[in-house]
Design a protein around this ligand. Structure first.
Ligand code: C2E
Ligand code: MG
Ligand code: MG
Ligand code: MG
Length: 291
């Protein structure tokens, strides 16, 4: 059953891991305890505004430090969490933790840093999803537009159910982005019908952009599409200046990737925000990068 669900699951079968059904069961048992045992943390990856090289937002990325199995990456446990339904309590923890962090940064930095949170289709399809988001915003007393939710094209299939949910989130003021854009089955009619603020160009297009003219053409086209539809566009997986240069030349709004910063613990993000005068060797004399 596990194996059928697609590419993410193949990681359980990495030859060096020799993972058996017993291991999967062990992992499920461990994952079940992860939230209450406080073994989960959020890392945050800065997103760079390419116009002025400031950081106005970060993406929250889940990390699991399991005492028996060691560090496990989200690519390995998110699919298991989705299969077992554990994605619901885990996802709720992520939303709550991100909103707490927004509140804390708002107090520390005044203008606030927006946090983008990844949402699984299973979470998004819960009947009370909007209420969960709304409570987290109200309980933490934060402006809704400092919370961004990243959905994938997979969450958009059932447009009859998805559109009203997204409309309610927009009414709250939450920002909505489409993650891994271009890799799913999103038709342009989804993009037209859904109240989307941001398109995130999938990193697979960015990876080979210097060698592959098709990737370059796709990236440019997505940026134009976003511009023409009034959406911001962010490129993920940027690893070098040459890739950034192409994005800047094409007027991409934002970029995110190891070139600028790896995902960092909250305390490291704070240091990064306060000392960021030479990210990418630019903006040498500018402000502290927070606005
Ligand atoms: P994603 O949302 O597309 O996140 C981007 C992934 O690319 C992250 O991997 C990030 O660490 C990685 N990355 C960032 N910059 C670069 C780069 O320059 N080069 C390369 N090669 N990779 C880069 P990560 O943290 O392992 O997360 C993997 C996926 O797991 C995420 O893909 C997302 O789909 C899922 N995920 C992570 N956190 C959560 C969460 O809290 N909830 C849910 N439902 N899914 C999550
Ligand atoms: Mg994401
Ligand atoms: Mg993703
Ligand atoms: Mg992505």
């Amino acid at each position: 059953r596990v194996k059928e669900r697609g590419k993410a699951h193949y990681q359980f079968y990495r030859s060096d891991m020799n993972i058996t059904l017993t291991n999967i069961v062990t992992m499920e048992t461990n994952l079940r305890k992860a939230v209450q045992n406080e073994e989960l943390t959020l890392y945050y990856q800065p997103q760079i505004d390419l116009k002025d090289m400031t950081i106005k937002s970060v993406e929250a990325l889940l990390r699991w430090e399991c005492p028996t199995l060691g560090f496990i990456s989200p690519g390995e446990f998110i699919p298991l969490a989705e299969d077992t339904g554990l994605i619901i309590p885990i996802g709720n923890w992520v939303i709550e933790t991100a909103c707490k962090q927004i509140s804390s940064w708002l107090k520390a930095f005044g203008n606030g840093i927006r946090i983008a949170v990844n949402i699984s289709p299973k979470q998004f399809e819960q009947p009370n999803f909007v209420d969960i988001i709304k409570s987290a915003i109200i309980n933490n007393d934060i402006p809704a537009n400092l919370l961004e939710i990243e959905i994938t094209e997979g969450a958009m299939h059932n447009s009859k159910e998805a559109i009203p949910v997204l409309r309610k989130l927009k009414e709250l003021g939450v920002i909505i982005s489409v993650d891994d854009f271009g890799t799913g089955y999103s038709s342009l009619s989804y993009i037209k019908q859904f109240p989307i603020d941001i398109l995130k160009i999938d990193q697979s297009f960015v990876r080979d952009v210097l060698e592959n003219v098709k990737d370059a053409a796709i990236i440019t086209t997505i940026i134009h599409l976003g511009k023409n539809l009034g959406m911001d566009v962010i490129a993920e997986g940027v690893e070098c200046q040459e890739q950034a240069d192409i994005l800047i030349a094409a007027n991409c709004h934002k970029a995110q990737g190891f070139y600028y910063s790896r995902p960092l613990p909250a305390s490291e993000v704070e240091k990064f925000l306060l000392s960021r005068t030479n990210v990418g060797n630019r903006n040498e004399s500018a402000d502290n990068g927070i606005n």
